[in-house]
Design a protein around this ligand. Structure first.
Ligand code: CP
Ligand code: NVA
Length: 307
């Protein structure tokens, strides 16, 4: 049977997302009640980081421990991955010694080549092209606060980066509308957008993308790996800061999200990210609960035990 990976959101069906979210609700409640739950006893997660991380490392490592398993951290600085060992060989070797693997790397092609050579499931912990764990946790967070996301309007204000492309996939899977505003020269790559545009509207002016939105989303203007472009980006993105004026164009009960880390005074003003509509800390916490449910699903499949 083919191994199930989670390399981008489109790898899962809506039914699978709904199942994993239901498990996440149960696992979260148990965690809050200090209940021991060890379905992954004696199982091992290997985490490979080729870029920095706080939330992703912490949530996967803590999550695996909380599920009764162990997590091993590898990075390119002190493993053979940084010395040119072929990705295919690394996939073969690492996957013979553990039950599941999480990778944060550069190109999506790297994680795909690794997964093609892996005997165990591989999870994308962020690539240049996608950040599926974050957007899954964000959709879960929206539903926790406001109920179903189906039919809602989600605004994306800022860079056409990994987060946006995962939101594009989420819009199709969960059937909501995505309004997108990116500065000139930083637009989404047409080739990476779906042929059917029924779930998307593009706006030249960021405020217009926020009009009537149920959720406003942004992210850093310079993602990891693009630091050389920082000066040019600061200039190009001026005007794309999510501030109280843009929030005022959304629905009164609109939420604000940011995957973090954030730069106050660049992509978001301090009064918005620290204000009452912001759910950024819930998004961060939900990485833990969603990923624990994802680890459980990918390692042992569907469970039937009572909630
Ligand atoms: N949002 C997120 O993935 O954060 P880290 O880069 O800290 O893992
Ligand atoms: N778009 C950002 C997300 C960080 C979690 C980056 O790739 O750096």
């Amino acid at each position: 049977m083919a191994i199930k990976h989670f390399l981008q959101l489109s790898d899962f069906t809506l039914d699978e997302f709904n199942y994993v979210m239901e498990r996440a609700r149960i696992i979260k409640r148990r965690f809050k009640e200090y209940q021991t739950y060890h379905p992954l006893l004696d199982r091992t997660l290997v985490m490979i980081f080729e870029k920095n991380s706080t939330r992703t490392r912490l949530s996967f490592e803590a999550g695996m421990h909380q599920l009764g398993g162990a997590a091993i951290y590898l990075n390119t600085r002190d493993s053979q991955l940084g010395r040119g060992e072929p990705v295919e060989d690394a996939g073969q070797v690492i996957s013979r010694m553990c039950d599941i693997i999480m990778i944060r790397t550069f190109g999506q092609d790297i994680i795909e080549r690794f997964a093609a050579n892996s005997r165990v499931p591989v999870i994308n912990g962020l690539t240049n092209e996608h950040h599926p764990c974050q957007v899954f946790a964000d959709v879960f967070t929206y539903i926790e606060h406001r109920g179903s996301i189906k039919g809602k309007t989600v605004a994306w204000v800022g860079d056409a980066n990994n987060m946006l492309y995962s939101w594009v996939q989420a819009a199709q899977i969960f059937d909501f509308h995505l309004t997108i505003s990116t500065p000139k020269g930083y637009e989404a790559d047409e080739a990476r957008l779906p042929v059917s545009r029924t779930n998307f509207t593009f706006f030249d002016h960021p405020g217009d993308a926020c009009q009537g939105a149920d959720l406003i989303n942004t992210d850093v203007w310079t993602s990891m790996g693009y630091e050389d472009e920082n000066v040019a980006r600061l200039k190009a993105f001026a005007g794309w800061m999510v501030d109280s004026e843009k929030m005022a164009r959304a629905r009164p009960d609109a939420l604000f999200m940011h995957c973090l880390p954030a730069h106050r005074g660049e992509e978001v003003s301090a009064d918005v990210i620290d204000g009452p509509q912001s759910v950024v800390w819930d998004e961060a916490e939900n990485r833990l609960h969603i990923q624990k449910a994802l680890l459980e699903y990918l390692v042992i499949g569907k469970v039937t035990e009572p909630g």
